[in-house]
Design a protein. Structure first.
Length: 371
């Protein structure tokens, strides 16, 4: 790039920054909205189960049955919202939404245990809240099993002990797992909308035609449009990452330079898709809707909300071509594992290839549009 071309691109970048920051609503969307969204999603997006509404039906009325109920509530995973001696009351509590889980302790529960036989406890769940029910079932089963082991008269064989440890994220905190993914989704959303809406806005108000008759070449116009939003995206990435570490205390074990490199490669795809949307949209409303038409499937197929391993084989293939998938692997690896390039290089390479392909294809279509 010669000096004249560099000056033209620099002036185009300056114009974009002036146009963005002249609009106070756009400024709030760039800097304030990501922080508010991170705070909201950081608290809301959690698979941890606490104080699950539980209804108890105790037919035994013994010291042992009361100890079992106390063991459930002492864990803080469950909160008793009602007690009864009738099975029908538990069904009514589940049907009415007053309880998510019901515990039914049978008659002669304590006598069965005293004889050394296996006693059964029935757990009923509201399946309409399947995610909560699955997690609560795991907690309840573990508590009941531990309670049963504690009542044994015969200890476990000497020399045999079960020791559990989560190698990464030792507290198994869903917030530590989800907040880094929220960072990736917010950066994608901001860059996607800014790029798509900015170009379409130029077309709506007629300034795009003025740029077309200027000395700017198509590649210089593309650079002038992309560089400001890439810089804003990198700033937002740094901003929300700092907020995740300082506010939510999410541990960051990796190298921040690798995170910046991953963010830069990730933004190539976001800018490319934003430019591509701008070439097929005639109005800002159309560009906005098209952005969300890409954003929501990309988020759902990234492993952010649902594990990729549980998806059908065809969908797992699609996730391999999703830039969000690879960025989430990188950002979670850096935050929780402290992984480096030796472990994450396939994801870095995938982001690079997809970013170059998407940005190159979008630039070709953009040049045809403005030519």
């Amino acid at each position: 790039m010669n000096r004249e071309a560099f000056i033209r691109v620099a002036e185009m970048v300056r114009k974009e920054f002036l146009q963005v920051f002249r609009d106070s609503r756009m400024t709030r969307m760039i800097f304030i909205a990501p922080m508010i969204q991170l705070l909201m999603f950081g608290y809301a997006v959690s698979t941890d189960v606490r104080e699950t509404r539980t209804f108890l039906v105790d037919h035994d009325h013994s010291v042992v049955s009361r100890r079992l109920a106390d063991a459930l509530t002492a864990s803080h995973y469950f909160r008793m919202v009602g007690r009864s001696e009738r099975d029908r009351d538990a069904v009514d509590a589940l049907d009415g939404g007053r309880a998510i889980m019901a515990v039914v302790i049978p008659r002669d529960f304590s006598k069965t245990i005293a004889r050394g036989a296996s006693a059964e406890v029935q757990l009923l769940f509201d399946g309409t809240q399947s995610n909560t029910a699955i997690v609560a079932r795991g907690y309840a089963e573990r508590i009941v099993q531990d309670f049963g082991v504690g009542l044994r008269d015969v200890p476990l064989p000497a020399g045999v002990a079960l020791r559990e440890r989560a190698w990464f994220n030792p507290d198994l905190s869903s917030r530590d797992y989800n907040v880094p993914a929220v960072v990736g989704s917010l950066v994608l959303l901001v860059c996607l909308l800014l790029t798509a809406l900015a170009v379409v806005r130029e077309r709506e108000i007629g300034t795009l035609e003025q740029l077309m008759v200027s000395p700017l070449k198509p590649i210089e116009m593309i650079l002038g449009k992309s560089i400001p939003f890439a810089m804003i995206g990198m700033f937002d990435l740094t901003l929300v990452t700092g907020l995740a570490i300082a506010w939510f205390r999410v541990p960051f074990q990796g190298n921040f330079l690798w995170l910046l490199l991953a963010g830069l490669l990730y933004l190539l795809s976001a800018l490319g898709i934003g430019l591509l949307i701008s070439t097929i949209s005639a109005t800002q409303q159309e560009a906005f809707m098209s952005s969300f038409l890409f954003f929501m499937p990309a988020l759902l197929l990234s492993g952010f909300m649902f594990p990729i391993s549980s998806m059908p084989a065809a969908m797992r293939w699609i996730t391999a071509f999703n830039p969000v998938t690879h960025f989430l692997v990188i950002v979670r690896g850096l935050f929780l594992k402290g992984a480096g390039l030796d472990a994450l290089w396939p994801n870095f390479l995938a982001l690079l290839v997809m970013g170059v392909v998407l940005l190159g294809f979008a630039s070709t279509r953009f040049r045809k549009t403005v030519a």
